[in-house]
Write a protein that binds this ligand. Sequence first.
Ligand SMILES: *Cc1c(COP(=O)(O)O)cnc(C)c1O
Length: 846
Amino acid sequence: MAFRNVFVYPRYPENLERLYSLAYNLWSTWNYEAIRLFYRVDASLFQKVKHNPVKLLMSLSQERIDELAHDDGFLFELERVWENYQEYMSHTEAGEAGKADGLTAGDVIAYFSMEFGLHECIPIYGGGLGILAGDFLKAASDMALPIIGVGLIYRFGYFTQRVNLDGLQEELFLEFDNHLIPVHEVRDAQGEAAYIDMTLGGEPLKVKLWEIQVGRTRLILLDTDIEDNPADFRDITRELYVADREKRLQQEVVLGIGGVMALERLDIHPTIYHINEGHSALLAIARLKQLTRDRKLSLSEAKALIRASTVFTTHTPVTAGNESFKMPLVKQYLESEAEALGLSFEELAEYGLFGENEEVFWLPAVAIRFATHVNGVSKLHGEVSRQMWAELFPGLQTREIPISHVTNGVHRSWLSQPFTELLNRHVGPTYIYCAKSRGLSDKVTHIPDEEIWEAHRKNKQNLVTFVRRKLAVDLAAKGFIQRRIENLTRLLNPEYMTVVYARRFAKYKRATLILRDKERLAKILTNSSKPVQLLFAGKAHPADKAGKEMIREVIHFARDYRLEDRVIFLEDYDVDIARHLAWGADVWLNTPIRPNEASGTSGMKAAINGVLNLSVLDGWWPEAYDGENGWAITAGQFYEQSELQEVAEANQIYDLLEAVITEMYYDRSEVGIPTQWVEMMRRSIATACSGFNMNRVLAEYTRKYYIPAKQQVHSLSANDFEPLRKAMQGQGALLNSWDKVTIRDLSTTADRKDRVCQGEKVEVHCMVDFHGAPADAFGVELYLSQNNIDEFTVIPMTGGEMQGHSRSYACSFDIVEHGLLTMNVRLRPADPILRDSHPELIKWAQ
Ligand SMILES: *Cc1c(COP(=O)(O)O)cnc(C)c1O
């Protein structure tokens, strides 16, 4: 028997239909007036459905619907929210960052990510990477940038975390119904539900397309869980970060290759593809196929075009943490792709090679080979990434490896309501677009102490209420009787200084560093005049034993030291919990092993709300920390050995808490305000709002990558790709003669002097032997760097007359600084297109 399933929606009266439209656009999840409107519909139900506006409307009784339809006050408020929404959706002036963008609506940027963290009711995210991607789309909407997201929709999302009475994490897989969240099926122009037909390892696979409206930005999600597919294919989009490697590779083929096909199916033709972390790197393979088939480009032409139009953002500063697969598995899924390109599998596999082991295929290596624009997510992470991937750029000095950085930021929706109101009033609502120069700090300086402290107190009270309510629900689910629950939910004190540690429980993040000396910590927590309470939250990956052990250690510490009233672990860390914690904490603790935290964003969410960071100088923090906007844990940097490092860092945390942080927190004015603390809050807000907001991030991507990429693509593709084809015609001759060409007789005027001083001019000469190679195809340049810092200069050298097979080259420069000067001469392709497409073609003078 073949049953047909049709989902039936409730009928809403006409004057409430707008409520529906609002519910289906995530704008309503970050606009405080819209949120208030949904609370007004039914506050306790709204809470129960995890602030999911769609589920709220689906669950409402007919009686309540009728009531609302006749409630003039409600309809008035609905009208006002609707007007705001219309205004938002149509505004074109997106602040300074947006105005300068130089991108038109036609320059679509496809942003591919394995996870998107948009709202607690859409559990298709696991942690910071997803939150970043979600914030990215929200800010793109604010700024009216032509970005479109591409991802997967998972039937079970990421797992739901429960922690049993012994402190052991248990994973629940709760199925969520796509019909009950703000996502809808994609229909094409003809009104047909959109599917794509692809092959996976040679087998046919049908993929359904869904869409989420993130303000003005679209997010397209791929789904394999449809009846036409065999069971083991339906499973592909079952869960995020599935441990099974084959399933994971299947997901990444669907995301990368299917994603490109999905855009094509929807008649969307991006100018730029942005690979957010290595998972989606296979989109490059799909594009090779597309460009060779539709545009009749050769493989090398297609590759050069893809490089010019691809941005790759890496997020993982440890090689092993990057996505990789064993070659035989990859062969199973990519051999047919190779064939379609006229390549052997081995030739295709070379794109993913990295390191010694040729039996491993690295997705980020594919991404780097197919992207001219590569970046890390903080300054420090950029440096680490250049070192980590240096092997892919043989011949280049580490400092000139074209991997730069764009430090992450957070979307304004992480700003709590009290601080949103405060900043709107004192700074003006444009602070969300601000750059450092806009005088934000000055304006924040003028906000009175009382108002800042009052906003913070509201957030803190809100957190305490939230935790108590959540604990009551969690404990009831564990079978606790009401009396015990009542006792346990009187925990926490809104007057105590509150330290929060909330993030994934991964080993390098060291959640339990602060538990290193339990006696000492217990003393700090129970100090009678300066008490401290400690909140933890975070999931460990189901396969991560060490991560789970850390959760147990936290829970046992609270129990063993009878500190259950002030050391609390909150189950099932998600966006909702993250929000309440980042709003209501006093101190945000972060203790990763440096430099393993690529950026970190939860500290930014805290900082914009005046919560003070106490953090290892890792990720974003070295760029933000100025000595007066939080605290730095630095002691670890002096030790090589991790044991000593940990002791030193833990001791520094205790010292800071005892002697500085609690002192300052409890040092109150006559009216009960910790004046010095509030001053630090101010600085924290100013630093984070101006430097670490998502609009700044998008403006930077636009300026550094999107606009240059767009220009490159346009110039390469003029006249049916004439410049591209021409450059690539020269490629063969260049490659054939590359080995023959040599540099000799390098000399500089500095060589002949005893003493070279600042301000002098230096002349550099050399000879190049071409041995019949086409001399004009080669560029000769001087590489120059001083004092071993990150800067360097490249000066093109001018060629003289050909003398037989050789030609002399020369250039000169003025010495600006004193100190060690390093220089050498090298050869590269003269054609800028070839140079961009072959960063490995570089030959130094011996
Ligand atoms: C912000 C956020 C993160 C990222 O936090 P980090 O500081 O980068 O570890 C992870 N999970 C959730 C739910 C978040 O909101």
